[in-house]
Write a protein that binds this ligand. Sequence first.
Ligand code: FE2
Ligand code: FE2
Length: 340
Amino acid sequence: MSNAKVKVIRTHEGHLLELVDEDVQSVNAFKTRLKLNQDEYSLNDTQDTEHIAKKRKPQNDVEVSSLTTDIGSTAQEPSSVSVDEFRQYHQAKSRVREFYREQHEKQTMAFNLQARVNFKTKSRARMTIWEALCKLSMLIDDSDPDTELSQIDHALQTAEAIRADGKPRWMQLVGLVHDLGKILYFFDSEGQWDVVGDTFPIGCKFVDQIIFHGFFKGNPDDSHPIYSSELGIYEESCGLSSVMISWGHDEYMYYIAKSQSNLNEKALAMIRYHSFYPWHREGAYSYLMNKKDHEMLKEVQEFNKYDLYSKSLKRYDMKELQPYYLDLIDEFFPEKYVEF
Ligand SMILES: [Fe+2]
Ligand SMILES: [Fe+2]
């Protein structure tokens, strides 16, 4: 990477990114919970999750206790969907609508190619992983009086939930760094839409399982003769590693981890695909998958439980945990300083 200087921007807008991201996550948590309960109710596959939610909405404020799923882990999702939660889901959903309109219209092949050129030709910052975690928390949370270091909280909560379940050290490290790519927002992103939100493949059909699919009408690739076809520029079963996934914090952190850490392929898949909900939750794009991707899918789904449901379970003392995680970082990022 060159040492071209990149101006850090948007330090006063960090909390706006956090608000959008919180809403995106709560919509995903709700939809995932409903999805997990679908089998139990033997519902028709064609019903979408909102329809199911409406169908199940109770008349009064009583928990839908029968929507129980036990996946047996520390990060297991709450076992029922309350009316309150249902309301929160709809409020969040209307807020994320506009975010997805912009994201779906602007995540084009042209943009994605340029984003990767920008990534490879610039060095945005050089710091340790721990410094980056602290910096991300500071940038996002300092401007918002209502949150207290929620980024580092989420990183520690995810990592600690994974650790509490006796998962390997590399997976704990994934929990710690999986969202670190959000730091991109303060370097050279164009907005929130190229940092957070669900991700999807570029260069082939935008499938119906992508949230707010209708907004792709405004994306020029949606009417492109090749990019709009089912396989697009890809071959059947080519493998996801050959597929370009929309640019955001997942792709950005994946490239950093791939080139500067000794994390294994499962860890890299967890980082790269954790926001790829159309794939890991909805089961879309199976025609692009190869054998390896089927293995990786299980890993990403396993990680997703911790990402979605470890939030706000417990707050940790950063100072107390720091030595453990500094050690963990050293193990997988052998060079003290990382190029962001
Ligand atoms: Fe994320
Ligand atoms: Fe996360």
